[in-house]
Each structure stands twice: as C-alpha cells, then as structure tokens.
Design a protein around this ligand. Structure first.
Ligand code: HEC
Length: 169
C-alpha cells in the first residue's frame, strides 16, 4: 500500500490554466511523485484510494462509449496528434489512458471541465452539463480510473484527497 506524503500544488480555480498547460505541453507531463518524497511536510497522510465500484465502472463505460469515445477513442488513446494543436489553435482530443493528463487532475477539476468546459476560447471539448448529471460524469471517471495503472491511480487520488481536505498548499 502506498502511504507516502506529498505536497501538491493544484489550485482548482486555475482550471483553465492547468488545462492549457496540459494540452499544449509537448512532453509526457509531470511524473507522479515518488516514494522518495516521504517525510516532506505539507498535506497530511493520504489514505489509500477508495475501492472502485464495479457497477459504477460499467455504467461509466457505457456512458463513455456513447458520449466520449467518438473524440477520445474507444480505446481511450485520443487523437494520435494530440500534442500538437490544429492550425486554428484549437486542441485535439487527448487520451484518457495512462499516456494522457487526465489522471493529473482532481475529481473536482475533471467534473467541472466535463460539465462546464474549460472556458478557453480554443476549446473543442463540448460541455456536458445539459446532457449528463454530475453522477453520470462521475461514473465515466470511475471507469477511466479502472483503466489506469497503480501509480496514476494513486496520484489522482492524492490530488483529489488534497482537494477534499481543502489543504492545497
Ligand atoms: C467533440 C469531441 C469531444 C467529445 C465528444 C469529448 N471530448 Fe473531451 N476533449 C476534447 C478536446 C478537443 C479536448 C482538449 C481540450 C479542449 O479542447 O478543451 C478534450 C479534453 C478533455 C479533458 C481534459 C483532459 C486533460 O488532459 O486535461 C477531459 C477530462 C475530457 N475531455 C473529458 C471528456 C469526457 C468525460 C467526455 C464524454 C462525456 C468527453 N471528453 C467528450 C474533445 C471531446
């Protein structure tokens, strides 16, 4: 079980900036914090990630297939050229698997991005607030979490837990 501590800097209010940095980045993004970060001050001890709910994962997979896969790929791999913008400056759909950035974001940020959009003028990501409930959007991310590796899952749980504590530091 992973019980390391880490200080995270994830201001939710900067959602648009976070997304912008994410989709315009040419590298592979921030690596997950390593166990060598143990002992640093900051956020309290992070509990283990909650177990995923199999029924909710199944529900989320069906919703993903209906609402998300046309752009993000049935296999979650996104647009092959997602690291490069379109000629008009717009973004291409990024992957939702381990190779993307989705797992860098807290549950709260993922919900607001999907429900309300990023607010970026270059965004081509639809807003789903009228089509899906918060619970349905949450189920989609429950499904995506079920596909991530243990490090990605642990990292995303850390940022979510930190957000829930209101201890962004
Ligand atoms: C019409 C195409 C399209 C559909 C359908 C779509 N997306 Fe997106 N999505 C995008 C694009 C393009 C981006 C890149 C950022 C932007 O344009 O705002 C994106 C970005 C995202 C991000 C940010 C990922 C990151 O690395 O920061 C999330 C999360 C996301 N989409 C979730 C979803 C979910 C969940 C659904 C289904 C409910 C969905 N998308 C459906 C096109 C789409």
């Amino acid at each position: 079980m992973i019980t390391w501590r880490v200080t995270l800097v994830v201001p939710v209010v900067a959602a648009a900036l976070v997304l912008s940095a994410c989709v315009s980045s040419s590298g592979t993004g921030t690596a997950p914090a390593s166990p060598s970060d143990q002992g640093r001050g900051g956020a309290g001890q992070v509990p283990n990630a909650p177990q995923l709910d199999a029924a909710r994962v199944g529900e989320g997979e069906a919703i993903y297939g209906q609402y998300c896969s046309s752009c993000h790929g049935a296999d979650l791999s996104g647009d092959p050229g997602w690291k490069t913008r379109n000629a008009d400056g717009s973004f291409r759909p990024p992957p939702h698997d381990n190779s993307g950035h989705t797992w860098h974001h807290s549950d709260g940020l993922l919900l607001s991005l999907t429900r309300d959009g990023s607010g970026l003028p270059e965004s081509r990501m639809p807003r789903f607030g009228n089509a899906l409930t918060d619970d349905e959007i949450g189920a989609v991310f429950e499904f995506l979490k079920s596909t991530w590796g243990p490090e990605e899952r642990a990292f995303q749980w850390q940022v979510t837990w930190t957000e829930q504590q209101g201890t962004d530091a």
